[in-house]
Design a binder for this molecule. Structure first.
Ligand SMILES: Cc1cc2nc3c(=O)[nH]c(=O)nc-3n(C[C@H](O)[C@H](O)[C@H](O)COP(=O)(O)OP(=O)(O)OC[C@H]3O[C@@H](n4cnc5c(N)ncnc54)[C@H](O)[C@@H]3O)c2cc1C
Length: 427
């Protein structure tokens, strides 16, 4: 590794998404010197998406920093109803809301991605420890830790001029998403293409309300099982509503037409692509109007990928560990990505607090990381719902019966199997 700037930190977190920021908040709260290295040059102005946070995520947020879940909930919208509408060709529409009582008895809220991200950033004790324009290139083991090499974009305007920063840390955390460079270096496997395309957008709630897309306290899911297509709409607080439309793309033809840059001239093309798909569904004209009235700059278009479970999320030295989507990017159906990332951050922070409080953190940290899987019993307690049952899954998933030969259903089965391994076998 060549010259450039040198830094020494306790914990170097690669990636400033939900997982990385949540961990930084939790560690700084516990007096641990945690730095975030994020490749993006600035905080995003638009996210075009939102998320729902249920009991497991809320409890994890409370453990990360007291008051954090209330803060997020105050910016979001409490969920009290979940309605599923099933539309099959030639059959009467079926409306199911069996989970409404469960949803009402459990605390759950929806929030825009931007508000959730801002809440985490505002909760940092030392926001100067978030280093933007830092892209992890490589890492290597050193005595009692790891040395990470970052490429730093110096000239923000052109993006052409770069420098290097070497960071020595007792622990390197790969919270760098489903395309994780840390995982690539540590394991070498690749994300799996789910052959699904998702469009998401944020629109003023007045518009969604005028088109009767959802009630204020409702998450509405319209499912077309024969087309493997689904639409979710909900209010996310602050006068904003989320729409989410997913379709299969088995041949990959649709994906080939994408531009990956969220901010560039591809904005209008994204909007046209989703409108074209919605136009073909005659009974969704209200949805079409809402998409037409969504600013193209806040429409996201994503190819969905996941990550298969690993037998260990740390390297053999215990000085490098994966977190969030880098460890377990998931099938997006159950909407669990961010919640589980918060659980990861909370559990890792508890372990590291103990390790950094010991007289010999240099040996205690890797020992704690290696023990980490044994701590998943606590995760189970976090997930235990008020009636004592243990569930990482949102209640409505239980109404979906797995069927053979249906890819979407088999992905749900696979997800359930994964959760089973995750909850029970790592104890
Ligand atoms: C803008 C956005 C919107 C999303 N919307 C949804 C949604 O609506 N529903 C849902 O279920 N999931 C969504 N996801 C996925 C969701 O973020 C994850 O499931 C969950 O939040 C876990 O996040 P993460 O921090 O592990 O990964 P990510 O949110 O992907 O964050 C990873 C971060 O690492 C940074 N990074 C990547 N490589 C490097 C590198 N080499 N060096 C330094 N930094 C690097 C990225 O820029 C990014 O900020 C979204 C993700 C993003 C980024």
């Amino acid at each position: 590794m060549g010259g450039g700037m040198v830094m020494e930190v306790d914990v170097a977190i690669v990636g400033g998404g939900m997982a990385g920021l949540a961990l930084a908040v939790a560690l700084q709260e516990r007096g641990i010197q945690a730095h975030v290295f994020e490749k993006a040059p600035a905080k995003r102005k638009h996210f075009g998406t939102g998320m729902s946070i249920g009991q497991n995520g809320i409890r994890a947020l409370e453990g990360i920093k007291p008051g954090l879940s209330e803060k997020m909930e105050s910016l979001g919208q409490r969920t009290r109803q979940f309605t599923t509408t099933i539309r099959q060709p030639g059959e009467p529409e079926i409306k199911i809301s069996p989970s409404s009582q469960l949803v009402a008895s459990e605390r759950m809220f929806t929030i825009t991605w931007k508000s959730a991200c801002d809440s985490l950033l505002d909760s940092l004790i030392d926001s100067d420890k978030v280093h933007r324009r830092h892209t992890l290139i490589d890492y290597k083991p050193v005595e009692d830790g790891v040395e990470a090499l970052f490429e730093v974009q110096v000239d923000e305007a052109s993006g052409l001029s770069t420098a290097e920063t070497k960071v020595t840390a007792k622990l390197l955390v790969g919270a760098d998403g489903v395309w994780s460079r840390v995982r690539e270096l540590m394991v070498g496997d690749e994300p799996r293409n789910l052959n699904l395309v998702t469009w998401l957008g944020i629109v003023p709630t007045d518009i969604a309300r005028s088109m009767q897309l959802h009630q204020d306290d409702e998450i509405s899911f319209i499912s077309y099982p024969s087309k493997r297509t689904g639409i979710i709409t909900c209010h996310c607080g602050s006068g904003q509503s989320l729409w989410h439309f997913r379709i299969p793309d088995e041949s990959g033809e649709l994906m080939k037409s994408f531009t990956s840059d969220f901010h560039d001239h591809g904005q209008e093309a994204r909007k046209m692509r989703v409108l074209k798909r919605i136009e073909a569904m005659k009974e969704l004209q209200n949805m079409k109007t809402v998409i037409e009235r969504t600013e193209s700059s806040v429409i996201r278009e994503d190819r969905n990928f996941d990550r298969l479970p690993l037998s260990s999320w740390s390297d053999p030295s215990g000085h490098v560990v994966l977190l969030g989507d880098a460890a377990h990017g998931m099938y997006p159906g159950p909407g669990m990505g961010a919640r589980v990332a918060f659980e990861d951050a909370h559990q890792l922070a508890l372990l590291l607090h103990e390790a950094f409080s010991s007289p010999t953190p240099a040996t205690a940290v890797p020992a704690a990381i290696k023990r980490a899987c044994l701590q998943s019993r606590k995760r189970r307690e976090l997930r235990s719902s008020s009636d004592g049952s243990t569930s990482i899954l949102p209640p409505w998933l239980e109404i979906q019966t797995p069927a053979s030969g249906n890819r979407s259903k088999s992905q749900e089965c696979e997800f359930l199997e994964y959760i089973y391994i995750y909850i029970y076998l790592y104890i």
